[in-house]
Design a protein around this ligand. Structure first.
Ligand SMILES: NC(=O)c1ccc[n+]([C@@H]2O[C@H](COP(=O)([O-])OP(=O)(O)OC[C@H]3O[C@@H](n4cnc5c(N)ncnc54)[C@H](O)[C@@H]3O)[C@@H](O)[C@H]2O)c1
Length: 265
């Protein structure tokens, strides 16, 4: 038994979970992991075809199509999840885009705005609507916000992205203090170089800015990681499960990396 009197092991059975951007990438892996572990999961995503695919493949999932950076869409998502789940125990604020790559003087205002809207403002739109539900939960409620290794290290040529990911760390530390007395925990996950199409795009963009080949850029990235390998979306999902379970009942206000120890960016 744990100190909390629960059976040892990661138990997220019957938790009601919202995953933003849950139809693809890391969000999809998180949604699938919670469903496999017996949670009830609602996702939102902007890509209709990815939602259709997720609903077809993941039994019991419910979903809303919408842009997480639009307050009205966030409202629709939360209204839908109240109907499908009847409340909320875990908010996974996962949505995030790479934003522009290049020198700080080269970005368009629109690219900077879009990165901040999707990566940071969306966090607030969902917090605003979900925190009352979390406070009403009797199942050790918690928030997991997706930051990045770029929220722990400086990241040249990706400054809008890095700025939003550092902001998320400040956000969860503040939320932990604000919501702790109500029993709501808040933590950030900082994934590193995650294997998949998004990272291929990031490597390609950076290779082009630096004028080197994709393969050389990929090797360069691996050389910065102590374990010399990328992480998988499932590694990130495993931490999300742990942080949402009773095993983590006294962990709040933390920024935890899943990155094989990225030494520099
Ligand atoms: N992939 C990585 O290597 C990596 C590393 C560190 C941190 N992260 C963070 O993890 C989170 C997930 O990243 P990912 O790689 O899975 O992303 P991704 O680019 O693979 O996209 C995942 C999903 O997000 C959806 N999406 C995009 N914009 C949206 C919006 N405005 N509203 C709703 N849905 C939207 C997409 O349709 C897609 O289904 C992000 O916050 C990202 O910054 C990713």
């Amino acid at each position: 038994m744990t100190a909390g009197g629960q059976p040892r092991g990661i138990d997220v059975h019957d938790l009601r979970v919202l995953v933003t951007a849950g139809a693809g990438g890391i969000g999809r892996a998180i949604a699938e992991a919670f469903v496999e572990a017996g949670s009830r999961v609602h996702i939102c995503d902007v890509a209709e075809s990815s939602i259709a695919d997720a609903l077809g493949r993941v039994p019991g999932l419910s979903a809303t199509c919408g842009d997480a950076s639009e307050p009205a869409d966030a409202g629709r998502v939360v209204a839908d999840l109240c109907r499908s789940l009847g409340g909320l125990d875990v908010l996974i604020n996962n949505v995030g885009i790479a934003g522009p790559t290049g020198g700080v003087e080269t970005y368009s205002d629109a690219d900077v705005d879009r990165t901040i809207d999707v990566n940071l403002k969306s966090q607030f739109y969902f917090l605003n609507r979900c925190v009352p539900l979390l406070k009403a939960s009797t199942r050790a409620p918690s928030i997991v916000a997706m930051s990045s290794v770029a929220g722990r290290l400086g990241y040249a040529y990706r400054t809008p992205y890095a700025a939003t990911k550092w902001a998320i760390v400040g956000l969860v530390k503040s939320l932990a203090a604000e919501l702790g007395p109500d029993g709501v925990r808040a933590n950030a996950i900082l994934p590193g170089v995650v294997n998949g199409p998004r990272m291929d795009g990031v490597i390609a963009d950076r290779a082009s800015v630096l004028g080197i080949s994709f393969e050389a850029m990929r090797e360069d990235y691996l050389g910065r990681i102590s374990l010399r390998r990328m992480v998988e979306a499932e590694d990130v999902a495993n931490l999300a499960l742990f942080l949402s379970s009773g095993m983590a009942r006294n962990i709040t206000g933390q920024a935890i990396s899943v990155d094989g120890n990225v030494e520099y960016l």
